[in-house]
Design a protein around this ligand. Structure first.
Ligand SMILES: Cc1cc2nc3c(=O)[nH]c(=O)nc-3n(C[C@H](O)[C@H](O)[C@H](O)COP(=O)(O)OP(=O)(O)OC[C@H]3O[C@@H](n4cnc5c(N)ncnc54)[C@H](O)[C@@H]3O)c2cc1C
Length: 262
């Protein structure tokens, strides 16, 4: 590992002052530290944001849940408020990696990293999330650009992620046996005026599956998905699963999610 300067800071202002083209924010470190250890990434300055109090905590209102960026997956999974208002979100957090990862990894780190197989990006799309940053508010639809690429500008810090509480929702994933990341994951959220279906793991970036959304907007039942055709062209194909298999999984998981919606 190459040498670097380490900064443990207490405010968003300090974070922004220190940020440069060669720095990185350190939240849970679950992605950054292995990447540095393996020589895949190197930085001049590591800015540890774990002690910024303003970035922690969970706030629930009648319409939304706001989760601080440094909130760990285990905290979301065990939060009584999250379980009560959006139980599918707590279950999603509970299914991320293993206990060690859930006790270090953070929601801000997960969405800033935007791994194409990560779970939280699908929750952000399906639950109409707004990402509040040090500079602005970004709707989830505009946040996830491509594989490991987001709308964040250099030095921009995610402060909170705000999810709109749906009428009912559910998340189903088929985990890769090796990494536990989603081979495919499908998040279904039903609102008064629309149904949103977000898919992770199947393409280079999380996306909304309009074909299944259209079917569920006319008839919110698992059987409505039977007639939907999911094209395998454009879907990921690798040693874990072919694109045909992933296309099949999308329908199977979407049906399971609709059945499990609460
Ligand atoms: C073995 C293993 C299994 C895993 N399994 C899963 C899984 O099943 N599902 C899943 O979704 N994820 C999984 N993960 C990913 C993990 O859950 C973390 O979410 C992820 O590693 C990043 O979060 P972090 O807090 O560790 O971020 P870090 O590693 O600290 O940072 C990652 C990136 O995000 C940036 N960043 C961090 N916080 C902010 C912020 N507030 N604002 C702006 N940028 C920020 C950093 O600068 C860095 O570029 C797994 C990881 C491991 C190591």
């Amino acid at each position: 590992m190459k040498s670097f300067n380490f900064h443990s800071i207490k405010s968003v202002k300090e974070a922004q002052k220190l940020a440069s083209g060669k720095s990185v924010y350190l939240a849970g470190g679950m992605t950054t530290i292995p990447a540095m250890k393996h020589g895949l990434a190197s930085y001049s300055d590591i800015i540890d944001i774990k002690n910024i109090k303003d970035l922690s905590g969970i706030k629930v209102s009648s319409k939304s849940i706001r989760i601080g960026a440094i909130t760990k997956h285990a905290e979301v999974a065990s939060s009584k408020e999250v379980r009560k208002s959006i139980s599918s979100l707590a279950l999603l957090a509970d299914g991320i990696g293993d206990a060690q990862v859930r006790n270090r990894g953070t929601i801000g780190g997960s969405i800033a990293n935007n791994d194409p197989t990560a779970d939280y990006p699908s929750a952000c799309l399906a639950l109409n999330a707004t990402i509040h940053t040090s500079n602005r508010k970004i709707h989830a639809n505009k946040f996830f650009k491509d594989m490991f690429e987001t709308a964040l500008k250099k030095g921009e810090l995610i402060e909170t992620v705000e999810f709109q509480i749906p009428t009912k929702s559910s998340y189903e994933k088929f985990p890769s046996p090796a990494s536990l990341y989603a081979m495919v994951g499908v998040y279904v959220a039903k609102y008064k005026s629309e149904v949103i279906v977000a898919v992770t793991g199947a393409q280079s970036v999380v996306y909304r599956c309009k074909e299944i959304e259209n079917a569920l907007n006319s008839n919110f039942s698992a059987s409505a998905i039977d007639g939907v055709k999911i094209k395998s062209s454009g879907l990921n194909s690798d040693i874990h699963a072919s694109s045909d298999y992933r296309a099949h999984l999308i329908k199977v998981l979407a049906k399971k999610a609709v059945t499990g919606c609460k």
